[in-house]
Write a protein that binds this ligand. Structure first.
Ligand code: HAM
Length: 422
């Protein structure tokens, strides 16, 4: 026997029972997104490497060490998308959708990062992302946060809390960076290896260090809030007012920074309090400079992405509802070709009525077929044998409760089942 080929590490199969949770979450998310006027956009899973290097930033972990980059047969350097914002902005620019326009887009799909796999962190994972272009004010930042809050509500997930911060403009951040480096240099002896490495290239990311030994150093860093320019401060204060007005609770976390370089001003994250989960379920912020960086006309923009695996993990753990996709009815057929033909026809007419019907294919004894019916999770088995076929009747058997089986005319089967399945 040949050796079984296994999936790539960190890339998961999603089996039907879990997919039912995904489908419900996707459907509810779509409804919420459409309720706010967002429209779906689809763009390729592979882009030129330069797109991600330029937008996410060459000194970020993602670009430095997590991208799936390869040369195609023409020698072009391509990359599996590690996130959706860059591709969405590229598609918007290329299709002339952004300049002097307002756009609200959403997308869903697989993203790829070569991270160390663990629970909640995978190499292929899925995001639902939202990007709003052309709106410079804090009102749209607030709208996105309201949208996410509505989504948690609709999905009945609890235990998520909101953290916000402002990263200011590139200019105010440069000033802050200088101040931060000065402080960190003075504490160089207390920095871990990773932070020392980051000190020259991307010192603001040091604030995001998860190393407990770095906590004390980070607690004492100069405050980013105090280095904000006036317009960014006003933008942030107004955002807070919108959230206050809506009674939406949030924590201002002045050390909240993000792993992608394109952010300006508002950044936010929804984090779960459940132990054992990767904490950040949803994250995003404003990126007013990105479109121009990618060669488009300057366009303000803000967005977020939620990590589907992390969301579904919360939903499964909570035991929430699912979209039931299992067959309701299993049709067992025992007879010659003519009986099978009649059975297949009957199954089609039941499906015409909106019922989910699995039809026995491949023959088998009554016992075998009933075993398959039981395994299919259907509630009812229909039995069509030679006798039933001749009389245009059908036997109905409840597979889940000890009701007596009944023989009824085929013409009455829809009514009969609909009443019982209602
Ligand atoms: P991000 O913070 O890199 O932002 O990812 C957003 C979310 O995707 C995370 O909060 C997490 O839930 C999920 N996620 C990220 N990496 C993994 C992984 N390896 N395994 C499982 N889930 C993961 C972005 O991607 C930005 N594009 C968000 C954005 C949109 N900002 C503005 N617009």
């Amino acid at each position: 026997m040949s050796k079984v080929i296994q999936a790539v590490r960190g890339m998961n199969d999603l089996l039907p029972d879990v997919v039912e949770h995904w489908q419900r979450a996707e459907e509810i998310s779509r409804d919420v997104l459409h309720a706010y006027g967002y429209r779906e956009i689809r763009f390729p899973a592979v882009e030129k490497t330069e797109l991600f290097a330029r937008s996410i930033g060459r000194d970020t972990d993602i670009v430095e060490k997590e991208m799936y980059t390869f040369e195609d047969r023409n020698g072009d350097s391509l990359t599996l998308r590690p996130e959706g914002t860059a591709g969405c902005a590229r598609a918007g620019i290329e299709n002339g959708l952004l300049h002097n326009q307002i756009q609200r887009f959403w997308y869903a799909g697989a993203m790829f990062r070569h991270e160390r796999p663990q629970k909640g962190r995978y190499r292929q994972f899925h995001q639902i992302g939202v990007e709003a272009f052309g709106m410079p004010g804090p009102d749209i930042d607030a709208e996105l946060i309201f949208l996410t809050a509505r989504l948690w509500n609709a999905l009945a997930v609890d235990g998520l809390s909101l953290r916000i911060n402002s990263l200011g403009t590139p200019e105010s951040r440069a000033l802050y960076r200088r101040e931060l480096v000065r402080y960190l240099e003075s504490r160089r002896a207390d920095l871990d290896e990773d932070s020392r490495r980051r000190l020259d290239r991307n010192p603001i990311r040091i604030l995001d260090s998860k190393n407990p030994a770095m906590r004390e150093v980070i607690n004492d860093v100069p405050s980013m809030m105090e280095h904000l320019d006036d317009a960014s401060r006003k933008h942030f204060e107004q955002l807070c007012e919108y959230l206050d007005q809506a009674d939406l609770r949030y924590d201002i976390n002045p050390r909240l920074v993000r792993g992608l370089d394109y952010y300006t001003r508002t950044v936010f994250e929804w984090v779960t309090d459940r132990p054992g989960s990767q904490a950040t379920v949803c994250a995003g912020g404003r990126y007013d400079g990105l479109v121009e960086m990618l060669g488009g006309k300057s366009t303000p923009a803000v967005g977020f992405a939620l990590g589907m695996e992390r969301l579904i993990e919360l939903l499964v753990r909570k035991g929430g509802g699912v979209n039931d996709t299992k067959p309701q009815i299993y049709l067992a057929i025992l007879g010659d070709l003519a009986v099978t033909q009649q059975g297949m026809k009957l199954a089609e007419s039941l499906r015409d009525q909106g019922l989910r019907v699995a039809c026995n294919c491949g023959g088998g004894s009554l016992k075998t077929q009933l075993k398959r019916a039981d395994r299919s999770d259907a509630r009812y088995a229909l039995l069509l044998g030679e006798e039933e076929s001749k009389r245009q009747s059908i036997t109905i058997k409840n597979l889940r409760q000890g009701e007596d089986q009944v023989l009824i005319p085929q013409s009455a089967v829809v009514e009969h089942l609909k009443q019982r399945l209602a």
